[in-house]
Design a binder for this molecule. Structure first.
Ligand code: HEM
Length: 458
């Protein structure tokens, strides 16, 4: 346990060990399949871009902010989401924002963006406060033991349902949460056929239970849509999807697009924020000094009452903890693109068909870019205030036109939940808890994180 701290008391959280560079190809592939984050060698941490060529595939692993920007922002038109993304997400959200391209993507993005603009955030905040308050009641009534990942998925799914899905009556939330989790793990576990480019006509088979879980999500999405009056669908996310029209053509979304987008939001809209909170509570629980600073900051700004939208910008340390959590454990640790045109990245020629792995996890943890990269040190975000703008070496939400549409909402929700939970409860992971970060699309703690919870004394 003690060797997880530096001599001056900073916590060194778990990390996915890189390859040593001595492994045989079979071992590398096996490690990559078990946990893609453990399939990268030392060169990927040392160089801005590393290229590999096999008989069937040319692949570039990018871990440098300038190169990332070239792919995601400057030359975004030269790339589309890679077939591997498509194969993994397609069974669930084939016609939704997460998967589509070009004109179809632009039309959908324009349709749903308004609800995530900053000026709407203030309207959504009271719903979040209410869900957090209900969650605190549950903790008070519980037996003092929780598994952080499941508990945070509960909280963030309830926030999604309350604020974006119109708080529908009769929605079987527990079933939907379990189904979403199943779809992500069943679709997100890599298999040998993912490493070779198979034609689109060969569908990717989901893991056990995946199809049943997907049917549950599709049924719930259809019920949410059917419950609305088409003439007056409301102004939450479901309403916006129903009324979204392309300003140029006046074309609305098809029924399939609406359903797939709702499934996409079940998946993208709660699991990622739940993981940010899971890892954040773990880090805070392992580092008492950080917990004390959050408690002090929140008590000074919010007092003992409910957190409100206007408190959020006045909690810079709490924000730094969220940012440092997403630096160490970016919920979407690897993004992928396929080149459509010849262009250059980091001075290297990229050709149509090349696969780009945008390794945010590596960029966030390389000593080329960070001092003491493995150490948990929220202060680094206070020392460099512009760092969390997502334009430089810190990109948990991606960048460019396909940057996360829900980023502002996610940060608001994570801040409100972390501030309130840490102020009101002592949440202590089991002694010696040191979970391995494993990627199945998102970055989960292997085996979950079991913790003891008790009310904090005033
Ligand atoms: C901490 C929480 C979150 C993280 C770290 C995160 C991360 C990301 C990243 C990295 C991307 C870009 C993927 C790529 O370029 O390939 C993305 C896209 C997306 N995210 Fe998030 N996300 C979070 C929360 C949310 C929430 C709360 C929502 C919705 C309520 C959401 C909805 C989406 C959607 C729809 C896209 C696709 C956007 C497009 O392609 O135009 N995300 N997210």
């Amino acid at each position: 346990m003690t060797n997880h701290y530096t001599p001056d008391g900073k916590f060194i959280p778990p990390h996915a060990p890189p390859l040593t560079g001595e492994e045989k190809i079979v071992t590398t592939i096996w490690k990559f399949m078990r946990n893609p984050l453990e399939g990268f060698g030392p060169l990927s941490y040392r160089q801005p871009i590393v290229s590999l060529k096999t008989a069937r595939l040319k692949m570039h692993v990018v871990s440098d902010p300038v190169c990332m920007n070239e792919v995601l922002v400057k030359n975004a038109d030269a790339y589309k989401k890679a077939p591997i993304n498509q194969r993994i997400l397609k069974p669930a959200t084939k016609e939704g924002l997460l998967s589509v391209h070009d004109a179809q993507w632009r039309r959908q993005r324009r349709g749903v963006s308004p609800i995530f603009q900053h000026r709407y955030m203030a309207d959504l905040a009271p719903g979040i406060t209410k869900v957090i308050s209900g969650f605190k009641d549950k903790l008070d009534k519980g037996d003092g033991n929780i598994e952080l990942n499941l508990a945070m998925a509960d909280l963030t799914f309830d926030v999604l349902a309350k604020t974006l899905l119109g708080d529908p009556k009769g929605l079987d939330r527990d079933r939907l949460k379990a189904a979403t989790r199943k779809v992500v793990s069943s679709a997100g576990t890599l298999r040998p056929d993912d490493l070779i480019s198979l034609p689109d006509s060969i569908p990717r088979v989901m893991g056990p239970g995946g199809y049943l879980a997907l049917r549950t999500l599709r049924k719930a999405a259809n019920e949410l849509l059917d419950a609305r009056d088409p003439e007056n669908p409301g102004d939450d996310l479901v309403g916006l999807l129903i009324s979204a029209k392309d300003p140029k053509s006046g074309e609305a979304l098809s029924r399939r697009e609406k359903t797939d987008n709702l499934i996409g939001f079940f998946i993208a809209g709660h699991e990622t924020t739940a993981l940010t909170l899971t890892w954040a509570l773990y880090l805070v629980g392992m580092h008492g000094e950080t917990a004390n600073r959050i408690v002090e900051e929140v008590r000074n700004v919010v007092g003992e009452g409910d957190i409100k939208y206007e408190h959020i910008p006045k909690l810079p340390f709490t924000r730094a903890v969220i940012d440092e959590t997403m630096r160490l454990f970016p919920p979407a640790p690897l993004l992928a693109r396929e080149a459509q045109k010849t262009n250059e990245v980091g001075g290297r020629v990229i050709e149509p068909g090349d696969l780009m792995i945008l390794a945010t996890y590596i960029m966030h943890r390389t000593d080329r870019l960070w001092v003491d990269p493995l150490v948990f040190d929220p202060n680094r975000f206070l020392r460099e205030p512009g760092l969390n703008k997502g334009k430089d070496k810190f990109m948990p939400f991606g960048a460019g036109p396909r940057v996360c549409v829900g980023a502002a909402f996610a940060v608001m929700e994570a801040m409100m939940a972390l501030a309130t939970l840490v102020r009101d409860f002592e949440i202590k992971p089991e002694p010696d808890s040191y979970p391995r970060p494993v990627m199945t699309v998102t970055l989960r703690p292997e085996g979950g994180i079991h913790a003891r919870v008790k009310r904090r004394s005033a």
